[in-house]
Write a protein that binds this ligand. Structure first.
Ligand code: SAJ
Length: 434
């Protein structure tokens, strides 16, 4: 029996020992899905607090309720460890580690490299290894393959290597790991077949593609599409402002087109750990190939300018009411990077607050999901809207959480700069819209 047949049997009869490296918002839900499918799953993470919480059945990931996690741990279907040596006992390993950007907007591959160094150290013939972290096209073939073949094993017969983009949308009530179609591409056709067979055991729909590069590029297209369209609509907002046209009304009316259009909305900037980051993995790679990714660079510039545009709007709105921004009290409503979540990574609210403080305004904030904000030069606690809004010279809505009482806010505030059209349907001289 060859390695392919042996692994295929273990996958089909669910005796394959499954491993997931990186137990974050992607890795933990994936580990849970395979444990629910009947596999014995080992989660590996460098963070001891995470592994301890997993082993206690205490989830720290919104999409994985502890009521789901705990029974799987108690049934011995899922356990977590910081010990990479356990890879020697595994048949499959999914790599779900972060791929951030450096300050220079170059890819930071350090997490992938260190995880793969550990895997290369303990891997054995007959394994399936799948990279899920978002990265530039070519990573799997150019970076991982040499690391794993270094010991003499050959991909496609001694072991199997694929890329499969993660598509987790944290907090999405409709689409979760099990029912989001899963794209997978292998270094060889046999790798692709093995990767698809693996995912078919736990996920509802699998989409095999012809190579790892195609799979890597699929993810970048998905998120670059969003980033560029957000940039375009932000530029449209600036144009409409100059021409005295309500951009929000324009977009809502355009969205009535039943085909060939998808609405995006202006905002204070681009936050999160995917959309502002992933496209720069693509533009970095294309630059290596001598091609300038002009759409990405331009959209990045426009989105990056939006915090400045918002602060200028606040300043102008105060000036028109005879006040200076300097020494004014500006209260920020919502600091998370998008509504109804608690994540502040790359949140434009932080840029707006820093710019306001640079222009000597006094800044406070309210966000029910973010009780306190500590970042470079910021150390604030969330204040009740009821208390802060009446006192502030200007309230600026940065993140339109559903929890805010916007009608009450309109009664209490003297001036509101609304960057999210949260006050849609309200008319008042107090409101200044993006
Ligand atoms: N934003 C706008 N205008 C828009 C849409 C978003 O300004 O029309 C801003 C948001 O406020 C946020 C940033 O862009 O600051 C990113 O928002 P997002 O809706 O793209 O949310 P993310 O970053 O959580 O993106 C994730 C991505 N999921 C994965 O990468 C697996 C993305 O592909 C999803 O399409 C997106 O969730 C989603 O649809 O919720």
């Amino acid at each position: 029996m060859n390695f392919s047949e042996a692994l295929e049997n273990k996958i089909r009869n669910r005796t394959a020992q499954v491993g997931v490296v990186g137990l974050g918002y992607v890795g933990l839900p994936l580990a849970v899905e395979f444990a629910r499918a009947g596999f014995a799953v080992t989660g590996i993470d460098v963070n001891e607090r995470k592994t301890a919480r997993v082993n206690a059945g205490d989830s720290y990931v919104t999409d994985v309720p502890s009521e789901v996690l705990k029974p799987l741990v108690e049934a011995g279907k899922l356990r977590a460890t910081t010990d990479f040596a356990r890879i020697a006992e595994l048949d499959t390993v999914n790599i779900c580690v972060p791929t951030p950007l450096r300050k220079t907007k170059d890819p930071d591959m350090s997490y992938i490299v260190s995880a793969c160094q550990q895997i290369a150290k303990y891997m054995h013939p007959g394994m399936l290894i799948i990279l899920e972290s978002t990265t530039y096209p070519g990573t799997t073939d150019e970076l991982l393959l040499p690391m794993f073949e270094g010991g003499g094993l050959r991909a496609g017969c001694d072991f199997f290597l694929c890329f499969s983009p993660e598509r987790v949308d944290p907090g999405n009530p409709t689409y979760q790991t099990a029912n989001i179609p899963k794209v997978v591409g292998g270094v060889t056709p046999e790798c692709t077949r093995m990767g698809a067979l693996f995912y078919e055991q736990a996920l509802q729909k699998v989409v095999p593609v012809s190579s790892t590069q195609v799979a890597e590029m699929v993810k970048l297209l998905e998120n670059t599409f969003r980033m560029i369209n957000i940039g375009m609509v932000n530029e449209l907002a600036i144009m409409c402002d100059r021409m005295g046209i309500d951009v929000w009304e324009v977009i809502d009316a355009a969205a009535t087109k039943p085909f060939g259009f998808m609405p995006f909305y202006p905002g204070p900037g681009l936050g999160g750990h995917c959309i502002p980051v992933d496209p720069f993995y693509l533009s970095w790679k294309t630059r290596q190939a001598g091609i300038e990714a002009r759409f990405i660079e331009l959209a990045g510039y426009i989105n990056g300018q939006m915090p400045h545009y918002v602060v200028d709007k606040i300043q102008n709105a105060l000036n028109e009411r005879g006040k200076a921004l300097k020494d004014a009290h500006v209260h920020v409503l919502g600091v998370a990077y998008k509504k109804d979540i608690d994540d502040i990574r790359e949140s434009p609210a932080l840029d707006v607050m820093h710019l306001l403080m640079r222009r000597k305004a006094r800044v406070s904030y309210s966000d029910p999901y973010v009780p306190e904000l500590v970042s470079d030069s910021l150390e604030l606690k969330s204040e009740p809207v009821e208390e802060a809004a009446p006192k502030a010279d200007c309230v600026v809505i940065i993140t339109n959480h559903s929890a805010f009482d916007y009608a009450r806010l309109l009664e209490q505030a003297q001036l509101i700069v609304d960057t999210r059209n949260a006050l849609k349907g309200f008319r008042s001289p107090k409101i200044v819209r993006l």
